[in-house]
Write a protein that binds this ligand. Sequence first.
Ligand code: ATP
Length: 362
Amino acid sequence: MQNRYEIATMDGDGIGPEVCQAAIRILKEACGASLLNFTAHEGGAGLYQRTGEVLPEDSFDACKAADAMLHGAAGLPGVTYPDGTEAGNDLHLQLRFRLDLFANVRPIRLYRGVKSVLADWQPGQIDYVIIRENTEGLYASRGAGVNLRGELVTDTLVMTRKGVERIARFAFDLARQRKGAPRDGRHRVTVCDKANILKTYAYFRAVCDEVALGYPDVEIDHAYVDAITVHMLKRPDFYDVIVAENMFGDIISDLGAGTVGGLGMAPSGELGLDHALFQGSHGSAPDIAGQDVASPIATVLSGAMMLRWLGDRHADTRLSAAAVRVETAVERVLAEGRVVPRDQGGMARCSEVTEEICRQLR
Ligand code: ATP
């Protein structure tokens, strides 16, 4: 337990500043003025445009030294490297690789007061977690692909035993702690891959199967990535924990978010053994940036994940209790339906949703 925890924040681009500042305000309200010390650092596509750097070394050092990181979002369309890839994305890719944030935890939960695009599913029936492997897979070759004279291009999908084993163990450990799938209460890990087509995914599945032998109390389930996109719509209550390779995890977590109110409702935590970064699953949503209309909920719930992670890590019940307070306040605001974010069909501004959550906390 520490007297005070250092949180490195980064507003980033697009809606990043408004949702990050909203979350900071709410976390301060939940934890009191002195438990968390937030320090802002620069990074992102806007910074790259101005300086040629997406993640300056001093920002990286501060993120590394902090107890945890809380970010808004990074990336702007059109701000690209010479190879055509977006510069802003590199900020989080660098942090993931350099700080070994291997487990990207993306809860998919339908809250009371939020209407799912899936007819007939009620809160409590959609409640699972996608574990996206965050340091290997197809995205690991970012920057290292080959473009041969403009005629032939390749990117390489990479997996290691160490990487697959640790993400599988992470998923099984998490399934053990959860209360099971809403449908049947079974502790279940679904391995999402394309094992029928590529060696890498067959390997991913085989290593997950090996790890599963150490968890006889957790059921193992397999789904091809194309099939799971249908299952996630038709039987979302079947899922408890889904583990997937980096790119597949990226794609299916947006689909999962779509079933519980959209990207504005989907939090995310990127965990390593010594470092962790929290930000909404969404990107910088430039189409709605700077208008005070974004939903802060994904970032606020990511902040609650941060409090829980810090609380567990430092055996600090003040933080775990604050995490519950933030989640309860969000739940109440959504359930009461007086202040409804715009992406949920309401008229409330980002600042109004933030204020309402603070009011609940008080
Ligand atoms: P990235 O690839 O960087 O994750 P993306 O291309 O998936 O980004 P996002 O920026 O995540 O795109 O957002 C997609 C759309 O979802 C946005 O254009 C916006 O309309 C909506 N959206 C995303 N986040 C929010 C939010 N917090 N509140 C309201 N709407 C949002």
